[in-house]
Write a protein that binds this ligand. Sequence first.
Ligand SMILES: Nc1ncnc2c1ncn2[C@@H]1O[C@H](COP(=O)(O)OP(=O)(O)OP(=O)(O)O)[C@@H](O)[C@H]1O
Length: 157
Amino acid sequence: MGLTFIAIKPDGVHRGLVGEIIARFEKRGLKLCALKVVVPEKAIAEKHYEEHAGKPFYPGLVDYLCSGPIVAMVWSGKDVVAVTRKMIGATKPAQSEPGTIRGDLALDMGRNVIHGSDSDDSAQREIKLWFKEEEVCSKYVKADRMWVYEVTDEHTH
Ligand SMILES: Nc1ncnc2c1ncn2[C@@H]1O[C@H](COP(=O)(O)OP(=O)(O)OP(=O)(O)O)[C@@H](O)[C@H]1O
C-alpha cells in the first residue's frame, strides 16, 4: 500500500495555507490517513533531515522546522510518493512549475512551505519518526474509491 509523509512547514501554517494545501491533495483523490499539529522537538527534526547533517544549511534548516507548528500528515493513494512530489514542485521555488504548491505559494528555498517524502523507503522511515502506529488510519475504504480508480484492488485505496 502506498503511503507518504507530508509536512506543512511553519511558514505554511503561519501564512494560512493549510486548508489550500490539504484541499489540493483531497481533490486529487488521495486519502488522508493521519494528521496532527505539532511543534517539532529538535531531536526529531534533526533525525528527519539527517541526510543533510554536516551541510552548511543544516542548522538553519532544523531551526526553521522547529520554529513553529507544522502540520504532519500521512496520505495514501496510487503512486502517492511520485504524485505528491510532482504536486509539491522543485525544492527551489524559482524552478517550481506554476500549478505546483511551491510554484504557486513559495519564493525562497529556505521557506518552501511543505515537505514530502522522496521515496517509499523515506516515507516509511518518516512516518515511523513522526507518528505512532495507532495514529495512522490507512485501512478504511474511501467512499469515492470506485470513482477515483478504474480498477479497485489492494493497490488502490
Ligand atoms: N543548498 C541548500 N541551501 C539551503 N537550503 C537547502 C539547500 N538544499 C536544501 N535546502 C533545504 O533543505 C530542505 C531539504 O532538502 P531536500 O534536498 O531534501 O529537498 P526537498 O526534498 O525538495 O525538500 P524537503 O525534504 O523539505 O521536502 C529543502 O526543502 C530546503 O529548505
